[in-house]
Design a protein around this ligand. Structure first.
Ligand SMILES: Cc1cc2nc3c(=O)[nH]c(=O)nc-3n(C[C@H](O)[C@H](O)[C@H](O)COP(=O)(O)OP(=O)(O)OC[C@H]3O[C@@H](n4cnc5c(N)ncnc54)[C@H](O)[C@@H]3O)c2cc1C
Length: 511
């Protein structure tokens, strides 16, 4: 064994946060600013914005886990790209920001016993939205691709609007999901992570966490590897896991954390998506402007949400559902191509297991969700036709219509995996409780998409960040500024005070 391999790096902290994506970066910054000593560990790198080339194939390899080739097994197989690095998947996302729909929160309270509602979460949402400069896209920035959808929706009388996004000074480079080359997108790697560092948090990249150590029912350290094979140990009385929906259950399993609910790795919802192209008379130049800037929510109550999607020619060539001469002909008219996406709020549920150290993700589309895709594709066609499309290219094999499509005919991707360590007040039903504390383990919490107990029907980053904000303030025993005052929670470690007054000392590491 080399000297580098045998060396061990040891840190001490009040809280160790694992994963610097939507959930982890937020929790780390809020805790550090609240006075806690925080160590934030991220497996991926700090990406260098000077290397953001806006070229899709190149950036896919650089910014995405396994080059964006994570996929599910099932019918149909679904590509499930994940980000990796400071910012996690927020670095490569489209920037769309939705609060959790109130009906979903009501369901969480009723079905999973979670103590959340619109009013109590509002201060957390406000805080996140301010931190990320969330604002509605202007029609000028939205570009001509959005105009096509808008025209179609207006002619059909369908409910629609411009999306809210986390961006500042956006110039519409058109490549949000391939790394914003102007840093306009306010992902957590350039917002919350620097805030955490400024407040004294230690941020380690290339830190691959292998295990959370638990003794006598209490988490007290994490172990991992640093670049060069050095062993890493962070001793902390509180550990927050935020590795994302696919990797958090794996870390729990590797750490041999008891799962009394049997729910770890289960309940995976994906919000599966597809998209259609249309050939327009006008010049669209779909990559000029914000790719995801416009939505049509006329059928949201039926589980179908339509949102913009677009990209430069190298992207369109990969995504266009045509082959051979038809593909070449359509690509030669790239400037006239428009694209729009469909996402289905799924009732299908998948599950994860581990093969070697890799996740195997099983997910098959239910009949109910297949029906939503059939109806949704027909509506995409209607939308484009109403907008005046010359031709519509649906993502189906030649000769297959939406009505006759079976699951394996669909060309699906998914961007919003959730639920594999779901929160439920009952230890027999969920991996964490409503406060995101892992059932049965003191000092261990989860703050990422895995705790979200049901499909949302909308893009999830704000939900994850708001829940992470709420967790941080619970750990600090404070209310988020602007929040309605209510007594600090009766926590299982008995640290809440009877009078409900803030107790800011409690995060100090025991000597
Ligand atoms: C192309 C694309 C577009 C999207 N667009 C939108 C959008 O417009 N709006 C929206 O709301 N959502 C969008 N999403 C989804 C959104 O970005 C994610 O839901 C969100 O980032 C998930 O947050 P998370 O904290 O669960 O995980 P992540 O943000 O994925 O962060 C997890 C982090 O943990 C790290 N990690 C994993 N394992 C370990 C380990 N063992 N040790 C250390 N670190 C580890 C990972 O490297 C990663 O950085 C999009 C996703 C994609 C892929």
């Amino acid at each position: 064994m080399s000297a580098a391999e045998s060396s061990r790096v040891v840190h001490e902290a009040d809280v160790c946060v694992v994963g610097a994506g939507a959930g982890g970066a937020v929790v780390a910054a809020e805790l550090a600013e609240g006075g806690a000593r925080v160590v934030l560990l991220e497996q991926g790198p700090r990406h260098d914005i000077d290397k953001f080339s806006a070229r899709p194939p190149e950036m896919l390899g650089r910014l995405y886990r396994d080059g964006g080739q994570t996929a599910t097994l099932g019918s149909p197989p679904i590509l499930l790209p994940l980000g990796r690095g400071l910012g996690g998947t927020t670095l490569v996302n489209s920037g769309t920001c939705f609060r959790t729909p109130p009906a979903v929160l009501e369901r969480w309270a009723g079905e999973f016993g979670l103590d959340v509602d619109e009013a109590t979460l509002a201060p957390c949402f406000e805080r996140v939205e301010k931190a990320l400069s969330v604002a509605e896209v202007t029609p000028e920035l939205a570009g001509a691709n959005a105009l096509v959808a808008r025209r179609g929706a207006e002619r059909l009388g369908w409910s629609h609007g411009y999306l809210r996004r986390n961006a500042r000074g956006c110039v519409g480079s058109g490549v949000c999901v391939f790394g914003c080359p102007t840093s306009a997108k306010q992902h957590t790697g350039i917002t919350y992570v620097p805030r955490a560092q400024a407040a004294g948090a230690q941020v380690l990249t290339g830190a691959d966490v292998r295990k959370v150590r638990v003794d006598r029912g209490r988490a007290h350290a994490v172990e991992g590897r640093l670049p060069g094979g050095r062993r890493l140990e962070v001793r902390a009385p509180r550990v927050v896991i935020a590795c994302g929906t696919i990797h958090t259950p794996l870390l729990l399993q590797r750490s041999r954390i008891r799962d009394a609910s049997g729910q770890r790795g289960r309940n995976l919802s994906l919000h599966p998506a597809t998209a259609a192209f249309a050939l327009m008379d006008e010049v669209v130049d779909m990559a000029r402007g914000v790719p995801q800037s416009f939505y049509v929510d006329e059928f949201a109550s039926e589980g179908m949400m339509f949102e913009g999607v677009a990209g430069p020619p190298a992207y369109a060539a990969m995504a266009l559902p045509l082959t051979g001469a038809a593909h070449a002909r359509a690509m030669s008219r790239y400037r006239h191509l428009a694209q729009f996406g469909l996402m289905v709020s799924d009732s299908s549920r998948g599950h994860l297991h581990v093969l070697g150290s890799r996740p195997v993700i099983r997910y098959s589309l239910s009949r109910e969700d297949l029906a939503k895709f059939r109806a949704g594709l027909e509506r995409l066609r209607q939308l484009f036709q109403a907008a005046g499309a010359r031709e519509v290219y649906l993502p189906l094999p030649a000769g297959v219509t939406p009505a006759s499509a079976c699951a394996d005919d669909l060309k699906l991707m998914a961007f919003h995996p959730l639920g594999t360590a779901r929160a439920d007040a009952r230890a027999s039903h969920g991996v964490t409780d409503g406060d995101l504390a892992v059932h049965g383990v003191e000092g261990l919490y989860i703050a990422d998409g895995s705790v979200v107990p049901s499909a949302l029907g909308v893009n999830p980053q704000l939900t994850i960040m708001a829940l992470a904000t709420r967790l941080a303030f619970h750990l600090l025993d404070r209310e988020p500024p602007g929040g309605a005052s209510r007594p600090a929670r009766d926590r299982r470690d008995g640290s809440a005070q009877a009078d409900g007054k803030p107790r800011t000392q409690e995060l100090t590491c025991p000597s």
